[in-house]
Design a protein. Structure first.
Lengths: 397, 57
């Protein structure tokens, strides 16, 4: 049976800890997904008296990584930022909106589910590696590169199921040492054409339990996780480029003041932001996939295009003159008297340009194309601060 | 089948429509979603009307 990608969706939920998968019950529309399981399977190149390259393959370290893209709306951004940055205490109310502060640090571990056809692929222990915020046709797009500690994609039966009164199944361990890892109580699995709701997932990593059911299946028959029926909350609009104000200043206060009004903000023609955790995939005993994901050096860059004005930008670049940058994206009003809005504020406390090009082409305006490195500001002990105002209480993160 | 939205949020389900927080809905569509719990397995079949049910004239 062919499967149409449009029937897919993104489901996610923060895990209570790094290693316990959860049924992801929060659904968002998905723009694109490309998450790969790199099994590092290669030809066995040992000398076996053959002139042919190999007679079998061998397994290597397994990694799960890739990216997905969604519209940058205030609801989904809360979770995306939560995966890549450390969230502080949320404040606010349903009437005014909730403010969620994020700072560089350890993001939460998530369980993600992205179905292919009628089958769900469940990634667990997912953390954000690189977040790219950019504008496509004026709409904010959030592309999050992730790494995961495991996935449940499919399994196969290790012991046959023989008809009436079946209450458990054991999965084969050829591919995965803990083949049931990723499944949760309440999941619907499909064995043959029989749908079974799990009532237990045993600690042995190979056994699942369910209420007595009649099911007949042979050893090696496939087991799949059934895709959920997605339920979407109120669909919010993404942030739009015309509602973005960017302020430059000697320090964060000056930059934030500059970003406050259209008159003092700097008009940019294009802007994109990349925030990186440079996650380390650490192998661990007892796990065929990576056991843990750790932040390494944190970094961020801003790329922008602006109209050429004076040679000032060129001079600042070569002389390494730093500036603080505040980017404020505003969305729809939240409070009934329109005094609070959906808002994303990114404060880069210190930045310097690492590239500044001003190419000329016939008939075209001169545009400065800049790559800006976000730096650590020793005077405030800060590098990047993000704040999000949306309609979701902090309890969902 | 009857499902209840236990998520605490208004949710829309494709094929069903908008289900308000804590509301119950009647549908023939199987909802495999942890935001919803099954309240009643399936619709009770209405008893077919027979000659005996007719009021005595």
């Amino acid at each position: 049976m062919n499967a149409l990608a449009d029937k897919s969706y993104l489901a996610l939920k923060p895990q209570v800890d790094a290693s316990t998968p959860i049924i992801p019950a929060i659904h968002f529309p998905l723009v694109a997904e490309n998450i790969r399981i790199t099994a590092n399977i290669e030809a066995d190149r040992r000398m076996k008296g053959l002139s042919w390259k190999s007679d079998d393959v061998v397994k290597g370290a397994r990694t799960i990584e890739g990216d997905f893209t969604v519209f940058g709306d205030p609801a989904v951004l809360g979770h995306i930022l939560n995966m890549i940055q450390e969230k502080g205490s949320s404040t606010g109310s349903a009437g005014d909106g909730y403010t969620h502060p994020y700072t560089p640090g350890e993001g939460k571990h998530y369980t993600l589910e992205i179905p292919r056809g009628g089958y769900a692929e469940r990634y667990f222990g997912v953390r954000g590696d690189t977040l790219e915020l950019s504008f496509d046709d004026s709409k904010l797009m959030a592309k999050l590169a992730i790494k995961a500690t495991g996935v449940f994609r499919s399994a196969s039966l290790a012991i046959a199921l023989t008809g009436a009164g079946m209450t458990s199944a054991k999965f084969d361990t050829t591919y995965e040492v803990n083949p049931t890892k990723g499944l949760c109580v309440g999941d619907t699995i499909i064995i043959g054409a029989t749908e079974i709701v799990l009532t237990s997932v045993d600690d042995d990593g190979i056994t699942v339990g369910f209420a007595s059911i009649s099911v007949t299946a042979s050893v090696a028959d496939p087991v799949f996780l059934k895709a959920q029926t997605p339920s979407f909350g109120t669909q919010l609009e993404p942030f739009y480029l015309p509602n973005v104000k960017v302020g430059f200043g000697a320090d964060e206060t000056a930059a934030t003041t500059a970003a406050g009004t259209e008159a003092t903000a700097t008009a940019l023609n294009e802007v994109s932001i990349e925030i990186k955790n440079n996650l380390l995939t650490a192998a661990q005993t007892g796990k065929r996939t990576s056991g843990a994901l750790f932040n390494q050096t944190l970094e961020a860059q801003i790329k922008l295009k602006r109209m050429f004005d004076t040679p000032q930008e060129y001079r600042d670049w070569l002389e390494g003159i730093g500036k603080a940058i505040t980017i404020i994206m505003s969305g729809k009003p939240i409070k009934s008297d329109l005094t609070t809005r959906e808002l994303v504020t990114l404060k880069f406390y210190k930045t310097k340009k690492i590239d500044n090009q001003e190419p000329l082409s016939v008939g075209g305006y001169v545009i400065c194309e800049q790559v800006i490195e976000s730096l650590y500001d020793a005077s405030t002990s800060k590098s990047l601060e993000i704040s999000l105002v949306n309609r979701s209480a902090g309890t969902v993160y | 089948m009857r499902y209840k939205n236990i998520s605490g949020e208004d949710l829309s389900v494709i094929g069903v429509g908008i289900v308000h927080a804590d509301a119950e809905i009647e549908t023939d569509f199987v909802i495999n979603n942890p935001n919803f719990i099954l309240v009643k397995e399936s619709k009770a079949e209405p008893k077919p009307k027979t000659a005996e049910d007719k009021p005595i004239q």
